[in-house]
Design a protein around this ligand. Structure first.
Ligand code: TYC
Length: 119
């Protein structure tokens, strides 16, 4: 006489999944961690800061090459503002401080801010 194990019904579990070997994997329904918010560092136009200074700052603190930095500077000059880079909150705040300190030291009114990026 064969003694097969009884076939119990599968428990009713939300989010049940089964691997090829029959391993049961329970999936969390609600996501417990969210990706960190990103912040764009936006530079603002003014009438006094020399274009050359802005280009140097964008190269120095945002790692852009001369051509890219020049394009960003001209965009700011024409539109009033432009994004220099996108970072985590702390890195964005550090970039803002670095730019403001460099501008203050050189006696230019250059301004920049960090803004959350819409998800
Ligand atoms: N508008 C400035 C000028 O004509 C140049 C400039 C560009 C200033 C970008 C600030 O973020 C800025 N000298």
């Amino acid at each position: 006489m064969s003694t097969k194990p009884p076939k119990y019904p599968r428990p009713q579990v939300r989010g049940i999944d089964e691997d090829t070997d029959g391993t049961v994997v329970l999936e969390r329904r609600t996501q417990k961690t969210r990706p960190p918010k990103l912040y764009q560092v936006v530079m603002l136009n003014d009438d006094y800061t020399p274009m050359e200074f802005v280009v140097i700052v964008i190269q120095e603190y945002f790692g852009k090459d001369l051509d890219t930095a020049t394009q960003i500077m001209l965009k700011i000059h024409l539109d009033g503002r432009g994004v220099c880079g996108v970072y985590s909150r702390d890195v964005a705040a550090t970039k803002v401080n670095q730019v403001l300190e460099a501008a203050n030291k050189a006696g230019h009114p250059l301004q920049c801010v960090a803004e959350p990026v819409e998800p």
